[in-house]
Write a protein that binds this ligand. Structure first.
Ligand code: ZN
Length: 165
């Protein structure tokens, strides 16, 4: 496994639409998934989309640190959402920006897992938020597009120690 560089704000790949994965079992896809999980953990992140490591494939990894294995979603599609809530959100590609957005309280998503099996996940709260955030990345949509006006904050690196803790 290897830690990959996270693409930052301003890179045009973040605005592109990712392509479906055709063969989940392909070695380079499996390596990419392992690397994405390692990169996510090394950045203390909750979610990472393949675009954020420079690959235009519909793959996201999510870990809400609830004791379960990281979730890998390939070619994911949201099939249901319920409710809404206002949440604080950030992004590994915008390391010093945070803002408030509206996200569904609950979502149901269909995807393939890393073995190529079809899975369906019902998620709420933080997991639902992370799924929505990461699936937006696959469409080239970023949290700053959704931010409630006036809530975007820039935190200087000296005053945040969110990373490296
Ligand atoms: Zn993000």
């Amino acid at each position: 496994m290897a830690i990959r560089n996270i693409v930052l704000d301003g890179d045009e790949i973040l605005r592109k639409k990712a392509r479906e994965v055709e063969n989940v079992k392909e070695e380079k896809i499996q390596i990419l998934i392992d690397d994405m999980i390692e990169t996510l953990h090394s950045a203390n992140g909750v979610g990472l989309a393949a675009q954020q490591v420079g690959i235009l494939k519909r793959i996201v990894v999510i870990d809400i640190y609830d004791g379960n294995e990281p979730i890998v979603l390939i070619n994911p599609v949201i099939i249901k959402t319920k409710g809404e809530r206002e949440v604080e959100e950030g992004c590994l590609s915008f390391p010093d920006q945070f803002g408030k957005v509206i996200r569904p309280k609950e979502v149901e998503v269909e995807a393939l897992d890393r073995e190529g099996r079809k899975i369906r996940i019902k998620a709420k709260e933080l997991l639902a938020q992370a799924i929505c955030h990461e699936l937006d990345h696959l469409e080239g949509r970023l949290f700053i597009d959704l931010v409630i006006p006036g809530t975007l904050q820039t935190v200087s690196p000296e005053t945040t120690n969110k990373k490296g803790e």
